[in-house]
Each structure stands twice: as C-alpha cells, then as structure tokens.
Design a protein around this ligand. Sequence first.
Ligand code: FES
Ligand code: FE2
Length: 395
Amino acid sequence: MRIEEQQRLLSILKTGFDQGGGEVYGDGIVRSPLSDFTCPDLLAEERRVFFRETPLFMGLSTDLPDNGTYWADSQTGLPILMTRDEDGEFHAFANTCRHRGAQVVPDGRGKTPRFSCPFHAWTYSSRGNLIAVNREQRFGAIEKSRFSLIELPAAERHGMLWVKPTPGGAINVDECLGGLEDDMAHWDLPAHAYAASQVVPANANWKLAVDTFGENYHFDVLHRKTLANDIRGNLQTHDIFGRNYRMVFALVQRFEQLGEATPNLNEWPFRSMTLSVYFIYPNTIFLVDAAAVDVVRIFPDGDNPGRSRTAHSFYITERARRHFAGHLFEERFEGFNAVVQKEDYNMAASTQRSADAGIQAEVLFGRNEPALLHYHNMHRSGLGRPLLEAQASAG
Ligand code: FES
Ligand SMILES: [Fe+2]
C-alpha cells in the first residue's frame, strides 16, 4: 500500500476516531436469505465452483522456506501437495498416488527430495515425477513418465502461494487480487516467516464464519471484554478491489497516544496503528497487524451446510520473533480463539441454529455492514445467482 493511500486511510480513521464513530458506507439495508446457510444443493455447487474451480490463496512463500521443502494440506477437500523443487520453483499436485490412489504425503510440512507412498512405496520427486516403482519387475511394465502426480495450476507472486484444485489452465494472481497487488507488495510478505497453524471447527456454515470478519458494529457488544479494548468499534475504512475487500481498523491506544503527541499524520506509522482486514475471494481473510500477518482460510466441512473449518496460519517478522521469543505462538492462538472461536463463531453457530430451525426466512445487513453485501454478492455472482440489493429501509 502506497504512502498516500496509507495517509488517506489514517485520515478517515482519525476523523472517525475523534468524532466517536466513522462514516457509514452502505446504500441501505439488505435482506439476506437464511437458506443460503442450510441448502445442501447450494453447498454442493459452492464446493465445486469455489473449492475446486477457483484459484485459492493458500499461504505465503515462506510456507515453503527452502528448496526441497513441502506442505501437504487437505483443507479444500482435495489432498494437495505443494513443493518447492531444487530450483526453487513452486508446484502443486493432487496428493494422490497414481498406483491405487492413496494419499502419498500425510498432511504436514517438511523437507525431503522425494516422497514415498505409505501403501506400496511408489516414489515421486519434488517435481511430481514417478521415479521408482517398488519391485517393478513383479508389478509389470509401466511407463513411468505417464504416471507423474497430477499437477495443479500453481502460482507464486508478491510472496503469496495460489493453487487451483483442478488440473488445467493457469493462475493470474494479479487478476485474482483485483488491485490489491500494491498492498501485497508493500507488506513485504517474504520477510514474514511461517510461525504456526491451527484448525478451528465451527458449527456454522462457512459463509457465516466469513461474515464474522465482515463488520465491527459488534465489537463494543460481543467483544466488549476482549477486542474492544484494543480496536475502536463502529469505525472502519471501506474499499473494494474486484471481488476482494479491504477494511482498516484503528488501534485505540495508538490513536490516543499519537493523536496527542504527533498531530502530523505524515509521521504516523500506519502498520503499528491499525489492523488491516482483507477478504480475498472466495474464502480467505488476511490480517495484518504490527507483528504478524494471519492467513485465515475458511472451508465447508464435508457435505453438512452447518459445519465449517477454519485453517489459520500466522507469519512473523524477524523483529517480532526476537521480541516475543518462545511464548508468541500459544499466546497468539489463545488470543485469536478467545475472540474468534469463543465469541464470533459462537454467534455464527447460533445464527446457524436459527437458520436450521426455519423460524425466519431472512436476516438483515445494515448500512454500517457494507462488507457483508460485498461478500455475499461476490459469492452469488460466482455461482450466477441473483444479487442482493440494498433498500432505503426495511419494513
Ligand atoms: S497406492 Fe501408492 S504405492 Fe500403492
Ligand atoms: Fe468479531
């Protein structure tokens, strides 16, 4: 993000901060049907279109820190093996053996020049080539070059890793970013080392889990004892980048301190005064704070529309690693889970129960929750469904 853009955002936040509330960006009130969270046919369509046919932001370049490293991840529903080969090139493969289809590499991370399938020990290189067939004479003649792991479109750009979980075609990351290239380049993502990851289950549709990251109208209520101490509620910026979205929040103590001590906005350090929250279509929330970046990937959990999984990884700068030495990883997950799992996803699960009960047909998004309309309409347009519209009032 360029300096001018940072200052534009800081200026919006400062005005809102001083006035005790920010601008409201939405055109009106939106009615959103609860059947979007319960319909098994819709979920089947979403799983095909969003989680197989759409390029997905998987993580950062530092998930594969050295040549010869790998990361096996099954969260999309398809086991995926990501590798960095001996020349440093990023690859992604369906993590399924060409012999009998077993998962070749257990989910996890590591470094190895070759992968041996746990079923009968067929062995593949980090470029996916089948390099050895156990007891080949007995098995029978096989043309190895025709039985490489199935390669998936993969791209690495701005320190981000992208994969499309269906073979064929190529990924244009800048097109996926829709104008966020500047921001991503600015954050210097390759300087953030992979720290740790966790998976958080929720009894809520995956879109309801995404929605909890879509407004801060709720901070002073639901998070009054947690996040609201650090981040000013009812104050955000609002910017759309193609299918993606960016909102920036103000850190209370930093704005209070610097508002007094340093009236000139040009001297404000953007990153240490804000939390930037990005929605990266179709399923990822990307967070940037002073010490770390978080990649929060939200997935349906099987074919139950009322369940989801959040795969959360975070990455830290070298300075932050020295500063927090040792305790950071647990503390960060504890802090994240105290807010997201215990508060946000608890509310999402209660909305899911309402949806399942069928007691009301719709819920409402206010003018002060503009990101929700954007998320829902991007998902709708991805499936060719009619878009939701804002109305002047609800009644
Ligand atoms: S299924 Fe992998 S070696 Fe047999
Ligand atoms: Fe929240």
